[in-house]
Design a protein around this ligand. Structure first.
Ligand SMILES: Nc1ncnc2c1ncn2[C@@H]1O[C@H](COP(=O)(O)OP(=O)(O)OP(=O)(O)O)[C@@H](O)[C@H]1O
Length: 289
């Protein structure tokens, strides 16, 4: 099946030539949750940023296609691409504090996109924001709309960003390690909330994480990324029963508590990584033959 989001042979490089993403392909089906898992530095965030058109200036897409809802974004003009992404996709970012403007009240930060980009009236946008804040279980939404970010807890700020992401009913949301900056107890609530919102709104979700525990709880399918390359695509059940790629097996072996939604990956030891590097090279060489 062709995905709602379909990334085909995407190559991203530093402008000085170093490779960041190496011919990455993955599919996120409409209304499904796809996990993107891998260790720090593997390139998970850069895949999300490439889709949303927010790659850092030092990086550039040098090849491949990104299809969103049947349109190849790479074939559009920059203006049309921004418009298409803005109308179709949204981000739940990693760090709610830096994602919110500290000098602006919460209300306008939620309504801005609805008013500026989608042309809603301020009144309709405010009504929608109040409705969404209640949906993400924020007590007294009218008061919170008048608060500044520093007056709220990290968990409340992340709930606000989740409400913002869903505000315009995007068909795709990219959640980029959305619980990394939060306390462990809050992490569990936020993951539950994102999963509930996704199911209620029927949004396709690309869930970027280094945490296989989270993946096992919320995802339908996943891609494993290793050093800028997808080494395995799988449905959840099969992946946990029978990982095919040696790196996937090493990741699973390093995560004995993967059924704990708040558990994190233990670091894979340098010996395992060295062995996996060699196996990955062999595996790739066999596939290339
Ligand atoms: N602004 C930048 N300039 C140069 N290189 C960058 C920049 N941002 C990221 N990179 C590089 O791109 C690679 C992939 O980074 P990315 O943030 O996508 O990894 P990740 O898998 O999301 O890791 P993490 O889990 O730590 O967020 C890394 O090697 C990183 O150093």
């Amino acid at each position: 099946m062709t995905g709602f989001l379909s990334i085909r042979n995407l190559t991203v490089r530093l402008k000085n030539g170093a490779s960041i993403l190496r011919s990455v392909s993955l599919e996120v089906s409409a209304g499904q949750v796809h996990g993107l898992v891998g260790e720090s530095g593997a390139g998970k965030s850069m895949i999300g940023k490439a889709v949303l058109g927010t790659l850092p200036r030092a990086l550039e897409v040098t090849g491949g296609e990104i299809w969103l809802d049947g349109t190849n974004l790479m074939a559009l003009s920059a203006t049309e691409r921004r418009r298409r992404i803005g109308a179709t996709a949204a981000l739940i970012p990693q760090d709610p504090l830096t994602a919110l403007n500290p000098s602006k009240r919460i209300g306008p930060q939620i309504t801005r996109r609805l008013v500026d980009i989608l042309g809603w009236s301020r009144k309709d946008a405010e009504a929608r924001a109040l409705e969404l804040l209640a949906e993400v279980h924020i007590p007294d939404p009218a008061r919170v709309m008048r608060n500044y970010p520093h007056e709220l807890s990290g968990g409340m700020r992340q709930r606000i960003l989740i409400a913002s992401a869903f505000a315009a009913e995007p068909k795709l949301i990219i959640a980029d390690e959305p619980t990394t900056a939060l306390d462990v107890t809050v992490q569990r609530q936020i993951i539950r909330l994102i999963a509930d919102m996704q199911a209620r709104h029927g949004t396709a979700l690309l869930f970027v994480t280094h945490d296989l525990g989270v993946v096992s709880k919320v995802c339908d399918t996943l891609s494993v990324l290793y050093a800028g390359k997808v080494v395995e695509d799988a449905r959840m059940h099969r992946f946990f029963m029978r990982p095919i790629h040696p790196y996937s097996a090493a990741l699973l072996a390093a995560t004995p508590t993967y059924t704990d939604p708040t558990g994190s990956l233990s670091p894979v030891s340098s010996e395992v990584i060295a062995a996996v590097e060699a196996e990955v090279a062999q595996h790739d060489a066999r596939r290339a033959r």
